[in-house]
Write a new protein. Sequence first.
Length: 74
Amino acid sequence: MSLIPAQIKKVREAVTVKLDKSVLEQLKFYASFIDSTQEHVVNEALALTFRKDKDFQDWLETHGQAGVRDDTAA
């Protein structure tokens, strides 16, 4: 067995969004603050929102989507 585990491969798809100028500026600052990419910040922010929103989780269950895989949960 290796000392370092293999990197988890994630399927990523591109999406184009338009953000308010102030939000975009904060996105850039936050990415710099955590020394990461803007893509990573957006991905993690959305994943956090989806996990923490109880009403959304309930809605997923009632719409048969409770088993939707969250690749960011760890």
